[in-house]
Design a binder for this molecule. Structure first.
Ligand SMILES: Nc1ncnc2c1ncn2[C@@H]1O[C@H](COP(=O)(O)OP(=O)(O)OP(=O)(O)O)[C@@H](O)[C@H]1O
Ligand SMILES: O=C(O)c1ccc[n+]([C@@H]2O[C@H](COP(=O)([O-])O)[C@@H](O)[C@H]2O)c1
Length: 184
């Protein structure tokens, strides 16, 4: 079984690590892939660090031996549609679990070929809101993790840095210097 956790990771934060650790513990997949998105679809971001930087931050944050940080979306066509990543990974393992946060779940029915995705993966959702938010007007199956809500986001981290506020504890110590340099 392979678990896929994709994201912009702009930058990776402690919330991402908590999500990955809890999902790993719950499912114990044979492979757990962290996949930084080369060109995240549907995302308007004030600023995105280049792929190589985000990839190397992920390697430092997800250092445990059971995590594999993958550069596949750097090689696959742009934009980084998840269906393409899944189709590529299906060559290696057909039992794929796709891990997403509850905010992504809300818009999941707007993803490119989302119905195709659901035929190929089992969806695992990490809660992000105290009040459950289900996708609008569509119904599909997913497993929701029972886990603490983590109110940390990359957007907030970038904004804090711009305002000169600390992000210690929100971002892994190993990458904090580089992250501050990137987003100041
Ligand atoms: N605090 C969180 N709680 C639950 N899910 C999260 C959290 N942070 C990120 N995720 C999920 O992790 C995946 C990758 O997230 P992403 O890299 O976009 O981080 P983000 O904090 O949501 O970034 P941004 O603020 O730039 O949108 C997405 O599926 C997202 O829903
Ligand atoms: O395939 C899509 O249409 C699609 C639309 C939105 C998001 N995604 C993927 O979902 C993951 C989290 O996205 P994001 O924008 O919240 O960082 C990341 O791997 C994206 O490539 C994928």
């Amino acid at each position: 079984m392979l678990m896929l956790f994709g994201g912009s990771f702009n930058p990776p934060h402690i919330g991402h690590r908590i999500i990955a650790e809890i999902a790993y513990d719950e499912f114990k997949p044979d492979r757990f892939l962290i996949v930084p998105s080369k060109n995240p679809p549907h995302k308007s971001i004030d600023f995105i660090a280049n792929f190589d930087k985000r990839y190397s931050w992920c390697e430092m944050v997800f250092f445990e031996h059971y995590f594999e940080v993958s550069d596949i979306e750097n090689k696959l066509p742009s934009p980084s549609y998840t269906i393409r990543t899944i189709e590529y990974l299906s060559n290696f393992d057909k039992n794929i679990y796709l891990l997403i946060g509850e905010d992504s779940l809300k818009n999941f029915h707007k993803w490119y070929k989302w119905e195709e995705i659901l035929k190929k993966v089992k969806l695992v959702v990490y809660p992000r809101y105290f009040e459950e938010k289900k996708p609008d007007s569509v119904d599909f199956e997913y497993v929701k993790l029972e886990s603490p809500i983590v109110e940390i986001s990359s957007t907030d981290i970038r904004q804090r840095i711009k305002k000169g506020k600390t992000v210690k504890g929100l971002v892994d110590d190993k990458i904090i210097k580089e992250v501050l340099k990137e987003f100041s």
